[in-house]
Design a protein around this ligand. Sequence first.
Ligand code: G1P
Length: 291
Amino acid sequence: MDIRKVVIPVAGWGTRSVPASKNIPKEMLPIYDKPVIQYIVEEAVKAGIRDVVFVASQNKKVVEDHFDYNPALEMVLREAGKTALLDKVLHAAELVNIMSVRQKKQLGLGHAVLCAREIVGHDDAFACTVGDDLMFGENVPAGIPQLVKVAQEHNMPCIGVMEVPADKVNRYGIAMGDEIEPGIIKVSGLVEKPAVGTVSSRLAIVGRYVLTSDIFSYLDKVKPGAGGEIQLTDALAMRAADRGLLAVKMNGLRFDAGDWVDYLAANVYFGLRDEKIHDDLLKRIRSLVQA
Ligand code: G1P
C-alpha cells in the first residue's frame, strides 16, 4: 500500500475559535511558535508523506502561503543576520508540495474528502487528517505515522481512535469492534456523534485516517447524517461492513486546538519542550497559579 498524499480539510469556519479566528483561519492560530497546521503537516511528513492536499474555502490562502517562500521576509532576516529565524521560515516553505481544491459548500467531512477525489482518487490509498486536532508522541510514532504502519502491515484502511469519557461520546464518531491484536480493533460498527448513554464503546475517532480509494464510491452513497452533514464516518461504516476496516488506538497526546483548554495546554506543552524558554515559562506559570 503506497501512501503518498495527505488530504487535510481546512474549509470550516472555525466558529469554536471565534473571535480569534474572525479574520485568521483557525488552522493558522499559533501553538507556541508555529501555526496549528504546521504541526499537522509535520506529523504527515514523519510518515514519509510529501504531498499535501488542502480542501479549502475562500480566505484560506494564507494556509497555503505558510508552506511557500516569503522572499521579502527572508531578505529582511538574511540582511539582519537572523539565521536561526530564517531557517525556521525556510523550513516551512521546503517541507511539502502543496495542492489545493475548493470545497465550495461546507457540507461535512465526508463531502470535503469527496472534493479531493480528482487529486487522490487514482492512488491506492491516502492519509487524511482533520486540520485542528494535534497528535504528538515523544518517543513513539503517533497519529498518521502510526496509522500508516498498521495500514501497510494489514493492507487495510485504518482510523485512529482514543478512549474518551462516556459523557463526551456525543462529540465524536464512535467505533465498535473486537481487539484482534493489542491496540488494533476490527471495526464492526461506527456511529457519528451518538447521544450520551446510547453506545457502550468509548473509542472516539480522533480525526486520523488512512483511506483506500474505494471510500469515494461509499461516499457517493452517503445521505446527510448527524448534523445534516455528509459524514465520513457513515461511509467508513459501509466500508467496514463490506470489506473491513481497522481502528488503531493512538499513541501519544492529543490536543483539540478548537477547544480553548486543549489549545492553551498545547501552548504550554510545546513551550515547555523548548529548553530556551522552559525555565522562565515554568517560573511564570508557577507564579500565575499561585496568584
Ligand atoms: C469529525 C469527525 C468525527 C471525529 C472528529 C474528531 O467531527 O466527523 O467522527 O470524531 O472529527 O475531531 P467534527 O469535529 O468535524 O465535528
